[in-house]
Design a protein around this ligand. Structure first.
Ligand SMILES: [Zn+2]
Ligand SMILES: [Zn+2]
Ligand SMILES: [Zn+2]
Length: 165
């Protein structure tokens, strides 16, 4: 596996490519699993992918309402639950927010790097870390269910900006 120099995309990258790739991957995965990616679920996924910053459920709800969708909080939460279940979206507990998964085709335990300056989150997705946590837990008689590791800090771009100041 090639590790990118930064887990975060360049600030000037073409984000439309990210969105397109995410929606294509979602359609392929749902079809393969026989899950129904309804237009609302698809739109919620697209909204989660508005940027690489995790987004809260109420911000999603506001956007849907502004588009004239009669969406209530349970509708949005159900759509998010579906997307999480299909591995298309991850929930960041610390921020109580949601972020799109760039590699939904592979099942993985996610580790997140969260930049406290720009608010972006990137997946580290290192299987060795997930395995180490699992082994450590099991050695202590703990059976691991779902694990999401959240690490706060500064992304390479923000470190550069802060140093120039
Ligand atoms: Zn992007
Ligand atoms: Zn992921
Ligand atoms: Zn940053």
């Amino acid at each position: 596996m090639d590790l990118p120099a930064s887990a975060f995309p360049s600030p000037v990258h073409d984000h439309q490519d990210c969105v397109r790739a995410a929606l294509d991957a979602a359609e392929a995965k749902c079809e393969q699993r026989g899950a129904r990616l309804t237009s609302l679920r698809r739109r919620v996924l697209e909204l989660v992918w508005t940027s690489h910053e995790p987004v809260g459920a109420y911000a999603l709800l506001d956007t849907l309402k502004s588009e004239g969708q009669a969406a209530a909080p349970p509708t949005v939460y159900r759509a998010l639950d579906f997307l999480i279940e299909q591995g298309l979206v991850h929930r960041l507990e610390r921020l109580n927010a949601f972020v799109g998964c760039p590699r939904p085709e592979a099942s993985h335990s996610a580790q997140f790097l969260i930049c406290t300056a720009c608010g972006r989150a990137a997946e580290l997705d290192d299987p060795a870390i997930g395995q180490a946590v699992r082994q450590g837990a099991e050695a202590r008689g703990f059976s691991v269910g779902r694990q999401t590791i959240e690490v706060e800090g500064l992304c390479a771009d923000c470190q550069g900006t802060l140093q120039k100041k």
